[in-house]
Write a protein of this length. Structure first.
Length: 378
């Protein structure tokens, strides 16, 4: 089963909304016959890929796969009937498919006379595909919150200077995350302060110019802008397709200006149902809207108010924090902003608590901390 997970990871680039699946076929004596993997939507499922690699008789063999073979018609035919017809005697499954209407493969195999065992390394298999399971079971994307800060938690000086707190190796790593995750979100304040493109960029070449990453696609750009007042000339709108999360009562002229730049407004309810001009759109409603579009992962890059909104909503699945060896200091108006804004918590017992999910990692001069919620199931 662990070999299935290794094979699943060999799929290049993004394969969402599909899960990462690997398959191993062995004979009655446990000798390897064939391996396969799923490479993305519209391509063969891992089981079919492995059976094709086998090319011959599978009778009496055992097939291992980390996710239940499907029994539904999608972009490709169901693979459970193919497995049943192949002659394999036994199928070992990590976990059943949680997507409504997608399961039933194990039942079909049993009815065909194939011995089926499920739940092998189930916790490890679920953790390995936690992006897919978050989307399938919770109806929202898996949320990764990323920030770069000083030793005292600042993301900019009091005058607003933030380029660059983190070093070049950390920034390059952050771009690989953009290439891996499906969508990226920033708030209107970040659009105004940094004018980002939110694209995938390669590290600087020898001539010093950064270029788009070859063989990758940019993540879907999401701007949380309750009143739709992001400047239409911002670089994030240089290419069409950006999503702007805004209030349902945003001014029609602003909607028209965004659409003229190729952006698509997403009209959302307010956080907590509040009315009034200062109300922000609901983070949870945004995540549901993104999930309905088939987006299974979201990288939240900032700024501080957006970080606070996602943390307060309890929807952050992973923190990726770069800590730079700098101290800015200051208090009140003489201090730069912290990486988390908002009104803060009034009691320690109410503070979101996280634990390290990997050892701290040196990235150039910076340290990367990867954390998960203390109560996370993964």
């Amino acid at each position: 089963m662990r070999r299935c997970l290794e094979l699943a990871d060999a799929a290049p680039g993004r394969i969402a909304p599909n899960p990462r699946v690997g398959c191993v076929i062995v004979d009655a004596r446990g000798r390897l016959l064939a391996e396969g993997l799923h490479r993305g939507p519209g391509t063969a499922h891992a089981e079919v890929d492995a059976l094709r690699a086998l090319g011959g008789e599978a009778r009496g063999a055992t097939l291992y796969v980390n996710l239940e073979p499907c029994a539904h018609h999608g972009r490709t035919p169901p693979c459970a009937p193919v497995v049943a017809a192949s002659g394999v005697a036994r199928v070992v499954i990590g976990v059943l498919d949680p997507v409504p209407g997608h399961g039933g493969g194990a039942r079909l195999l049993r009815r065909a006379g194939v011995a089926v065992k499920t739940g092998v390394l189930a916790a490890e298999v679920r953790r390995h595909n936690r992006i897919f399971f978050t989307w399938a079971e919770q109806g929202r994307p898996y949320v990764v919150l990323k920030a770069a800060m000083t030793l005292d938690g600042k993301i900019a000086t009091a005058s607003g200077q933030s380029r660059w707190i983190s070093g070049e190796p950390a920034r390059a790593l952050a771009h690989t995350w953009r290439a891996q995750l499906e969508a990226i979100a920033v708030g209107r304040g970040t659009v105004l302060a940094d004018d980002p493109r939110l694209t995938v960029r390669l590290p600087p070449e020898r001539d010093g110019a950064a270029g788009p990453a070859r063989g990758t696609t940019d993540p879907v750009r999401v701007i949380l802008d309750s009143h739709g007042t992001s400047p239409p000339g911002a670089k994030v709108f240089d290419t069409p397709g950006a999503l702007v999360a805004c209030r349902r009562d945003v001014a029609p002229r602003r909607v028209a200006a965004l659409r003229a730049r190729g952006a698509e407004p997403i009209f959302l309810p307010l956080q907590g149902g509040r009315a009034g001009g200062a109300g922000r759109v609901s983070v949870k409603a945004l995540l549901r809207a993104l999930a309905k579009r088939g987006l299974t992962s979201l990288l939240v890059e900032g700024g501080a108010e957006l970080h606070a909104a996602f943390l307060a909503a309890g929807v952050v699945d992973e923190l990726r924090l770069f800590v730079a060896p700098l101290v800015l200091g200051g208090q009140g108006t003489s201090a730069g902003p912290s990486w988390v804004g908002g009104i803060g918590v009034s009691a320690l017992a109410r503070a979101p608590r996280f634990v390290l999910s990997a050892p701290p990692q040196q990235v150039g001069d910076d340290v990367l901390l990867v954390l998960r919620p203390a109560a996370a199931i993964w």
